[in-house]
Design a protein around this ligand. Structure first.
Ligand code: APR
Length: 314
């Protein structure tokens, strides 16, 4: 069709909501892949039938056959089990690691040149699994978590101060879990640094709520985890690459010495454009902020070691 092709693996809550966002923005033709027979086809048909109302001509296809991802410019991986109340994302490593193995093998077979945006949890370790299997160059594979964590953080700040979310800039670094690193010093509200416009205890409460943002939603939903904000995060990254926007977004990127971290996928700011991760954006962190990021990276490393112990990569 001349449009980019994006395949979304996993047509569950995150995958199907993401497919809707991509289709409604007419960003790309979409292929939805799932193992449940009929389900991705049904969702694709339902989405297709909304096109005359939302007015666009993108094609949305549902399939159980990974061969249909051939020719994708981008593959977004969302297949995996969501957590239940009381579980941490890390508890999903064994089951989602095996699903990631299947996703990785099929991407390697059918769409080896595609960009990969990885969404399944535990985010950073699953991104490692897919990277090991596909051998995708480091500029073309990244995990989505920082945009989501930052979006939660910015929402809480905007709500507390009674200002527009548009005027709250800020990023969250590190792994996608309790050790994530929100950076109040690098958070701006209408041009003012956050610590100048909000008391320290209120900032701390927001930081804590951000760290537990996913668990708060799991606790409310009881079956399943968040998907509106996660799909919005993945959409923003996909758009930045496909439209060559040069956005600086926090992504789980493979680091080779940046921020003093090597050989791991960890959330850091990066410039996203037509070549994927075009540059890791190095913030002038204080020793304390760097130590928090290092602590988060150590946590990711421990989970990657567990992947190897469990023999998930075969
Ligand atoms: N290939 C393709 N799809 C698969 C496979 C596989 N090997 N294994 C499971 N799936 C599908 C399931 O059939 C299901 O439709 O993945 C889908 C997951 O959807 P949901 O259960 O609705 O989970 P969702 O809320 O979308 O979360 C998916 O994203 O945010 C993370 O932690 C979350 O890891 C979880 C993932």
């Amino acid at each position: 069709t001349g449009r980019p092709k994006v395949s979304v693996i996993g047509a569950g809550h995150v995958g199907s909501t993401l497919a809707m966002r991509i289709a409604e923005a007419a960003l790309a033709d979409v292929v939805l892949v799932d193992i449940v027979e009929g389900m991705p086809q049904g969702k694709a048909l339902d989405l297709s039938q909304s096109r005359p109302v939302v007015l666009n001509d993108v094609t949305i296809t549902g399939t159980n056959d990974y061969a249909d991802i051939a020719g994708s410019d981008m593959v977004i991986t969302t297949a995996g089990v969501p957590r239940k109340p009381g579980m941490s994302r890390d508890d999903l490593i064994e089951i989602n690691g095996k699903i990631a193995l299947t996703m990785g093998e099929n991407i390697k077979k059918y769409a080896p040149d595609a960009f990969i945006i990885q969404v399944a949890n535990p985010l950073d370790a699953i991104t490692y699994v897919i990277s090991e299997i596909t051998g995708t160059p480091k500029n073309k594979i990244m995990g989505m978590a920082g945009v989501l964590d930052s979006s939660r953080y910015r929402h809480f700040i905007a709500e507390a101060l009674g200002v527009s979310v548009k005027d709250v800039q800020g990023i969250v670094l590190g792994g996608h879990g309790d050790t994530m690193v929100p950076l109040p010093r690098f958070t701006w509200v209408g041009g003012a640094p956050l610590p100048d416009v909000m008391p320290a205890d209120q900032i701390e409460a927001i930081v804590e709520r951000t760290r537990k943002g996913g668990a708060e939603i799991v606790g409310l939903l009881k079956t399943g985890s968040a998907y509106y904000a996660p799909s919005a995060g993945a959409f923003e990254m996909a758009k930045a690459i496909i439209k060559d926007e040069k956005r600086i977004l926090p992504v789980a990127a493979y680091l080779e010495g940046e921020y003093g971290i090597s050989g791991l996928f960890v959330g850091v700011p990066a410039v996203l454009g037509k070549d994927g991760i075009e540059k890791i954006w190095e913030l002038p962190l204080s020793d304390e902020e760097l130590a928090a990021l290092k602590n988060s990276a150590d946590h990711v490393k421990a989970l990657v070691d567990k992947v190897n112990e469990l023999g998930i990569l075969g």
